[in-house]
Ligand binder design. Structure first.
Ligand code: M6R
Length: 614
């Protein structure tokens, strides 16, 4: 994980680095640092904790660094070594002339460290990154050229990395390279940026180059040179970036999470536009590159994902099996990659990822691709590493999601699964067309239903207030909303640190019911449909153990008032579509509880938005 940024040009670099790091905070926020070139020296400043601490640290050096216009910066999510100032990046070689920032993991750092220590290098930190500083400095001493030194280093290090390196003997210059980690170069007028992600520089330029694995780029204010690992020059394509800076503003909301929750109706509208116009027209999904024959030949579908994306995938299984009659397995990517999976050319493998960069999912996708499966990627980042592996790419277009807790990207993934399943069913003719059309009709009005929930959220806020002091929380559901229970619990855990668990309600009596007493809230996701009565009786069982009962329901049944201590009612919707509507109050409950508890909603402790390490 971690985020890196670099700048060469004629502008004062410090604010460019700090503003860029601010936009990369979703990648980590346990410490940060910058290195800038001042009077032919490299000056390094670091701080533990949020970026504001680094800003404060820099304020007492404002004058000496004000003229600097070349520098690199880093925001950290610790993998090797605790978050402290010494382990914060940039790391330097012993003479202090070379500084490096790194995102990723150097897997052979222990061997390299031993070798370098034997040659006299003195290590200060516990990080894997410091080997890059010493190794490149050693190589520099041999070749006296920063680019060549970095090329030599890249041949020796193993693992995943994006690196930005500067040397005081080569002023106004940065050398950057990458392998299995994102690095994008922003192309300005007489200036260049290099960063882990676009938001770090998009307020300055929307012209960008996606550096490829093993390429080494040399950036000076007047020139950009890119070479492959063997030193052969590369002519890179400059792309126009699609996202506007306005997407990164909170637009008046207190937190990005709240803003992103409120964006969900429009996210659905955007996805449906052009793909589902009206109920009696077939769904248009040209992105799916499987023809009727290959769709008919599919013998199974595997869906791989992590976290919230995994929950979307679990709902995807219900929908695809219901409409397409194809068996679907869903698995956490981190498990998938460490067993021998059965996939072949008649298996469709779907990777789901907001970021498109999650290391476990990326590895899983590559494994499946090597076995000849068709790879379909559902992602919010069409420019990501996963998207580049795709045979079919479903870009969910939810816009940049800043809050670590995924909300709108989840809704976008769900919407995409519905479209995909219905599209495949129409082509395969595997389901009753009248029912398909009825679902399509209901999908078109989902945004209004969500808007109704958002407008009437006071009751949800009251529910959050009532239960904000609880230490544990249980969510129960059955059928297609079981993953909703998991996702509701995940949202609460990650931003409020309350111990929350989702259960398939039928499992309660096989163990978890032992935990119930009058201190335990049990939230029942009670949607009209096939499992309504069953879940009602599971809720009765929990009530009989004195649990505090909360219903999230689209039923208008008055009898519920007797059973439940608190009821959150939402608009009615067909059971198959209910996960899209039922998750909204759960996102809001998690949000308001975290808010009442004074937690850092958008940047919860120990987490990062994009998990680019295994
Ligand atoms: O970018 P991805 O969708 O691949 O990320 C997967 C998980 O890391 C992510 O969903 C995580 O669980 C979120 N913080 C949940 O809100």
């Amino acid at each position: 994980m971690c985020g890196i940024i670099g700048y060469v040009g004629n502008k004062p670099v410090v604010d460019i680095l700090l503003d860029g790091l601010k936009q990369l905070e979703y990648r980590g926020y346990d410490s940060s640092g910058i290195a800038v070139e001042c009077d032919n020296q490299i000056k390094v400043y670091k701080a533990v904790g949020k970026l504001n601490n680094l800003r404060e640290e820099l304020s007492s050096h404002a004058y000496e660094i004000s003229k600097a216009n070349t520098g690199i910066g880093h925001i950290r999510w610790a993998t090797h070594g605790v978050p402290n100032v010494i382990n914060a990046h940039p790391h330097t070689c012993n003479c202090g002339k070379l500084a490096v920032v790194h995102n990723g993991i150097i897997e052979n750092y222990k061997e390299l460290k031993q070798k370098l220590e034997a040659l006299g290098c003195v290590f200060k930190s516990q990080t894997d990154t410091e080997v890059v500083a010493h190794l490149t400095a050693m190589n520099y001493a041999k070749v006296n050229d920063l680019k060549q030194a970095v090329q030599l280093t890249a041949h020796e290090i193993e693992g995943a990395y994006a690196l930005a390196i500067m040397h005081s003997d080569e002023p106004n210059k940065l050398v950057v390279t990458k392998r299995n980690a994102p690095l994008i170069i922003g192309v300005g007028e007489g200036e260049y940026y290099a960063a882990s992600d676009i938001p770090a520089f998009i307020q300055h330029t929307n012209n960008a180059i996606y550096l490829k694995d093993n390429e080494v780029a040399t950036l000076t204010p007047s020139e950009l040179k890119i070479e492959d690992s063997e030193g052969k020059p590369i002519i890179a394509k400059v792309e126009k970036l699609p996202w506007e800076p306005v997407a990164l503003s909170k637009m008046g909301y207190k937190h990005f999470m709240l803003k992103e929750i409120h964006e969900q109706p429009d996210v659905i509208r955007n996805i449906l536009a052009g793909k589902l116009r009206c109920s009696d027209e077939p769904i248009c999904l040209d992105e799916v590159k499987l023809n009727k024959d290959s769709l008919k030949k599919l013998n199974r579908i595997q869906v791989i994902a992590c976290g919230t994306s995994l929950h979307a995938a679990m709902i995807g299984k219900y929908i695809i099996e219901r409409f397409c009659q194809i068996p679907v397995d869903v698995e956490a990517s981190s498990e998938y990659i460490y067993r021998s999976t059965v996939t072949d050319s008649n298996t469709l493998v779907i990777g789901v990822s907001q970021s498109g960069e999650t290391a476990d999912t990326l590895t899983a996708i590559k494994q499946a691709k090597a076995k000849g499966s068709h790879i379909l990627i559902i992602t919010n980042r069409p420019d990501s590493a996963m998207a580049r592996e795709a045979d079919s790419l479903l870009s969910v277009n939810a816009g940049i999601e800043v809050s670590v807790a995924a909300t709108k990207s989840y809704i976008a993934q769900l919407t995409s699964f519905y479209l995909l399943a219905l599209y495949m069913a129409e082509i395969k003719e595997s389901h009753n067309i009248a029912e398909i059309n009825k679902i399509k009709q209901e999908m078109l009005v989902l945004p209004q239903k969500i808007e109704q929930i958002l407008v009437n959220k006071d009751n949800i806020k009251a529910c959050a207030r009532k239960y904000s002091s609880t230490r544990d929380f249980i969510y129960i559901a059955r059928g297609i909303n079981y993953p909703t229970a998991l996702e509701g619990a995940l949202k609460l855990k990650e931003i409020s640190y309350i111990n929350a668990t989702g259960y398939p309600a039928g499992e309660l009596k096989h163990g978890p019911i032992a935990m119930l007493d009058d201190t335990m809230p049990v939230l029942s996701i009670l949607m009209n449909g096939s499992v309504y009565e069953k879940l009602l009786s599971n809720s009765e069982e929990a009530k009989a153990r004195n649990a505090q009962m909360i219903a999230l329901t689209n039923s208008t049944d008055k009898k519920l008032d007797e059973l439940f201590d608190f009821i959150v009612r939402i608009p009615d919707v067909d059971e198959i579509l209910s996960p899209i509507v039922s998750i909204i109050p759960l996102q809001l409950i998690a949000y308001y509880i975290a808010e009442f508890l004074g937690k850092d909603v958008d940047q919860p402790r120990n987490l990062a938005k994009s998990v680019t390490v295994e």
